[in-house]
Write a protein that binds this ligand. Structure first.
Ligand code: NDP
Ligand code: MG
Length: 393
């Protein structure tokens, strides 16, 4: 790569954001961290400012005038090279401007949608971890990327795996299906009739990945894989029936593609998000590893098994939404986000998440080709419905 890439890490204080900063530290010859953002973890953002000295640091949570003045005052004393900005609009201005050419979308939830859209609208490289934006608005993002020549490159490990498997000249020609792997989450060996008793702590103890709370709960319900089915549909232009999910407890095979002659190509590496983050940054080149390689001198067993639909009712929702499209993704995503918050607040049980999402998806007024305003309106409606359902249940 001849030119230095200017990267904005949105959500730099999260699990993906921190891994991205680590990767970018090693890619200093080719990449510069131009901007970082957090929502509320100011202390961590401060230490990242010290570490990478970005041109801009942005905080998106609402700040009282006094808090804002005091935070921006630090700039003059400690890190004058970093301009401190407040609010989501500052992210949009920056992403849409000319100072950034690569955006790492690592904000969690639909809060990451607007910046993803802006990156695509202005023809940037979008290294996308924030799967929710494709779930909600893949029908807007992918056609827009075609028009603007924006690159939407997956950071989600399964989708990075598929993307890597498709790099041969064969590509998607004669593709029969893709197989997304999932660990099965922290409760995969629990008796099904005990799942309703799972505590927040049980749901947050993931066996193979260390991630943010929302995606870890999504992993326990397998809503994460449901969202990934929808994400894969948009990224690779697939139909729902070309996507299969298997449980693979070791999280070493990150996903596979199967061609019509029954040949299967898999991508493997130890579970570490730094690899897919790095690949989305350096593609089409490969750089020296930021993460450990498989130790071929150590015996290892790889297993997989089909998903039990009774244990993971969320997965069927993902396939249904991938098939129906339209407004379904926005409704499912918002219902799930609201349910996960309620579960983390100990207001509902883990097993209520699938039930509530199913009811709200069934109840909504479906439309096949919504615009952004309608998607955002349904996002709000779904959240209100979750709260109404919980109050009246
Ligand atoms: P985290 O919760 O660890 O981090 C979320 C980041 O988003 C933080 O920087 C947080 O700021 C910021 N943020 C939270 N709310 C807002 C908001 N309203 N507006 C702007 N920024 C906000 O999440 P993860 O890193 O685990 O996940 C990020 C995304 O990546 C998700 O979409 C997830 O599905 C996806 N992903 C994650 C994987 C993982 O291994 N973690 C794997 C594959 C995909 P603050 O810290 O200040 O709260
Ligand atoms: Mg994933």
């Amino acid at each position: 790569m001849s030119q230095i890439r200017n990267v904005a890490v949105l959500g730099s204080t999260g699990s993906i954001g921190r891994a991205a900063i680590d990767v970018l530290q090693r890619l200093r010859n080719t990449h510069r961290v131009t901007a970082i953002s957090c929502h509320s973890q100011l202390d961590l953002l401060e230490s990242q400012i010290g570490l990478v000295q970005p041109r801009y640091a942005i905080v998106t949570k609402g700040m009282a005038d006094s808090e804002r003045t005091s935070w921006q005052g630090v700039q003059h004393r400690e890190s004058p090279a970093t301009e401190r900005l407040v609010g989501s609009d500052a992210i949009i201005d920056l992403v849409g401007g000319t100072e950034v050419d690569t955006v790492i979308g690592a904000i969690v939830g639909v809060a990451g949608l607007e910046s993803a859209l802006e990156a695509v609208r202005t023809g940037k490289r979008l290294a996308l971890a924030n799967k929710e934006s494709l779930v909600v608005a893949g029908s807007l993002i992918m056609p827009m990327a075609e028009r603007t020549n924006a690159e939407v490159l997956p950071v989600d490990s399964e989708h990075s795996a598929i993307f890597q498997c498709l790099q041969s000249p064969q590509g998607t020609k004669d593709l029969r299906r893709i197989i997304l792997t999932g660990s099965g989450g922290p409760l995969r060996d629990w008796p099904i009739d005990k799942l309703s008793e799972a505590s927040v702590e049980d749901a947050l103890s993931h066996p193979t990945w260390k991630m943010g709370k929302k995606i870890t709960v999504d992993s326990a319900t397998m809503m994460n894989k449901a969202l990934e089915v929808i994400e894969a549909k948009w990224l690779f232009g697939l139909k729902a029936d070309q996507i299969q999910v298997v449980i693979h407890p070791q999280s070493v095979i990150h996903s596979m593609v199967e061609y019509r002659d029954a040949s299967v190509i898999a991508q493997m590496s130890p579970p570490d998000m730094r690899l897919p983050i790095q690949y989305a940054l350096t593609y089409p080149d490969r750089e020296h590893a930021s993460s450990p390689a498989i130790d071929w001198g150590t015996p290892m067993q790889l297993n997989w098994k089909p998903v039990d639909p009774e244990r993971y009712p969320c997965l069927a929702l993902g396939f249904e939404v991938a098939e129906r499209g339209g407004t379904c993704g926005a409704v499912l995503n918002a219902a799930n986000e609201a349910c996960v918050e309620q579960f983390l607040d100990r207001k509902i049980r883990l097993t209520d998440i699938a039930k509530i999402c199913r009811i709200i998806l069934n109840e909504h007024h479906y439309s096949p080709s919504p615009d952004l305003a309608e998607l955002l309106r349904l996002d709000r409606w779904s959240r209100e419905e979750v709260h109404r359902w919980i109050k009246t249940a």
